[in-house]
Design a protein around this ligand. Structure first.
Ligand code: ADP
Length: 543
């Protein structure tokens, strides 16, 4: 028997309607290019987003058309986040940290018709603009310099649009709302197409108390870029619940971020560990300077958070780091490290051990891990490749039938991440499948070794890679960047981590470097390290 309940469509226009009725006087603050703060309310944001819908339709944007953005985190980008899906089109966020060749491939493959571009990013945009058939380019200006040739002014478009022509479109919830390409660390970038329904459910779930806990009294600053993985969905979560939003614009240096956190009394912020490591250094050097008493949660994800960083914030500054794991293919949040009651009641050491892991699945995200013997038990030890399914997880890639191998026969997404799952269902990420070190037929987690090395007071950063080995196939090699004016010998570092690992897990060598190359998303670029150091032990063997 079917239930007698309305078939209500879960769409971004439905979120907008709610925001219009309930959240109108909540504030949205942006740090502009000139560093001044722009403020307005949801009422003004919604009015402008509606005018953007009208303007896009006037330009000929039709259902399903892709409209690209090439912007920092700011209020106009939020307007685009809302307006493009409400126009029935697909918001395609272009990652400004990618190489122009990748960007022209991505925009071409997606078939972007229109692009909304920050004036401050014009030089980057110019490098691939001509390779893509954009019909219209709209510029978000931050100066009174003349508009680049053949472009439209964002503000002029809005000024000319008549808000009364806006109508709430009847959109079917499975229609695509947003598109985001993976950064291509594993082959050509692939397009993930999020539906309206996926974004609504992701927003509902990630706002919950046991996940990120975002509510109408929250003030949220997404440091994580809106051009990569939808700023972890935070702009939509805030729209749904009516949280105040704070956007740092292009100013991502730790002092500017700290200034905003204090000034706007931010309660939840989110970003990658690199950002938080930089901020911790400033806080340690100026322990009393910043009043962060409102800051309840610092969400970290994108790469593993070193336990020393989690403890550093907590012990020295009373600030709570919350670990989360996700992927572009998950729109993007999959797990969050909120403590279950048993851990919340456990001794502090146990809590730290739990908080260093990547967390438990959000409601409706299902996880399992598999190795060559089948599904692995949830014992916190056995490693396997993580497979996931759920209502905001990709079921395929845009126009890439060849990528079907990313899915299991029974329809789960194969993440390519190697994890152990504990009895609480908490993931501990051990590696990307391609980065795990296979030594004599056994697996060694590079992430675990990196985290331990980064706990040494002289170490700023550590990356561990598999280097080919004549006897063991691969052995771990650590590349370490020391903190300024600190010294340490390889033996000292190995002795430091020795108590935490089986003997055969310890790196056979440590190389010091000035820096570790990073990907566009701030993760260690291990491919570059492997190219440089992959033959380290073989060469050593010959000498
Ligand atoms: P890409 O395009 O490189 O896949 P994503 O931003 O989608 O970019 O990256 C997803 C990957 O980032 C995950 O598969 C995982 O390897 C890594 N990752 C994400 N969150 C964490 C975390 N909290 N700890 C460790 N690794 C993480």
């Amino acid at each position: 028997m079917r239930g007698l309940i309305m078939d209500f469509q879960l769409t971004i226009p439905a979120m907008l309607r709610r925001a219009e009725q309930l959240h109108h006087d909540r504030e949205i603050a942006t740090r502009l290019a000139d560093k001044s703060i722009h403020r307005y309310t949801y009422r003004e944001m919604i009015s402008r987003a509606k005018r953007l819908v009208v303007a896009l339709k006037k330009l000929g944007v039709a259902d399903g058309d892709r409209v690209a953005t090439f912007c920092w985190n700011h209020y106009q980008h939020l307007e685009a986040y809302v307006a493009i899906p409400c126009a029935g089109a697909v918001l395609h966020t272009l990652n400004l940290r990618l190489h122009p060749n990748d960007l022209s491939y991505i925009a071409g493959h997606a078939g972007d018709r229109v692009a909304i571009v920050d004036e401050v990013l014009w030089d980057l945009f110019k490098e691939f603009r001509d390779q893509v058939r954009f019909e219209h380019v709209i510029v978000v200006r931050s100066s009174d310099r003349p508009l680049p040739e053949g472009t439209l002014d964002y503000e002029a478009l809005l000024a000319a649009a008549d808000e009364s022509q806006f109508v709430y479109a009847e959109i079917e919830e499975h229609q695509a709302a947003a598109m985001c390409y993976t950064s291509g660390t594993t082959g050509m970038p692939k397009g993930v197409l999020a539906s309206h329904r996926a974004i609504v459910l992701h927003s509902l779930a990630s706002g919950m108390t046991d996940t990120l806990g975002v509510g109408s009294c929250s003030t949220v600053m997404a440091v994580v870029p809106m051009f990569h993985a939808n700023a972890w969905g935070l702009p939509y979560t805030c729209l749904l619940v009516g949280a105040k939003q704070v956007f740092p614009g292009q100013h991502l240096d730790p002092p500017s971020l700290l200034d905003l956190l204090v000034r706007e009394r931010v309660t939840i912020t989110a970003g990658v560990p690199t950002i938080w490591l930089g901020m911790l250094e400033i806080l340690d050097a100026n322990p009393k300077k910043y009043d962060l008493s409102k800051l309840r949660t610092i969400v970290t994800g994108g790469s593993a958070a070193p336990p020393s960083m989690i403890a550093g914030y907590q012990e020295r500054h009373g600030l709570h780091i919350l670990h989360s794991w996700g992927m572009t293919e998950l729109c993007p949040v999959g797990t969050i490290g909120t403590m279950p009651h048993r851990i919340a009641e456990a001794p502090r050491e146990e809590q730290y051990a739990f908080r260093a892991k990547q967390g438990r699945p959000c409601p409706f995200v299902e996880v399992r891990a598999r190795n060559e013997n089948g599904l692995v038990p949830w014992d916190g030890q056995s490693m396997g490749e993580l497979e996931v399914r759920g209502p905001w997880i990709a079921s395929g890639y845009y126009d890439r039938p060849d990528a079907a191998t990313s899915f299991t026969e029974d329809g789960w997404f194969r993440t390519g991440d190697i994890v152990a799952i504990d009895r609480f269902g908490c993931l501990q990420l051990q590696d990307r499948a391609k980065d795990v070190i296979k030594s004599g037929g056994e697996w060694i987690s590079s992430v675990a070794l990196e985290n331990a090395l980064m706990g040494h007071p002289a170490v700023a950063e550590a990356a561990v890679i598999p280097a080919n080995h004549p006897k063991w196939a691969e052995r771990p090699l650590a590349i370490v960047v020391l903190k300024k004016e600190r010294t340490a010998t390889p033996l000292e570092l190995i002795d430091f981590i020795r108590p935490q690992f089986a003997k055969w897990w310890l790196p056979d060598a440590i190389e010091f470097a000035a820096e570790i190359p990073r990907t566009s998303a701030g993760k260690f670029l291990k491919t570059a390290l492997r190219e440089k150091y992959g033959a380290y032990y073989e060469q050593k063997d010959k000498t």
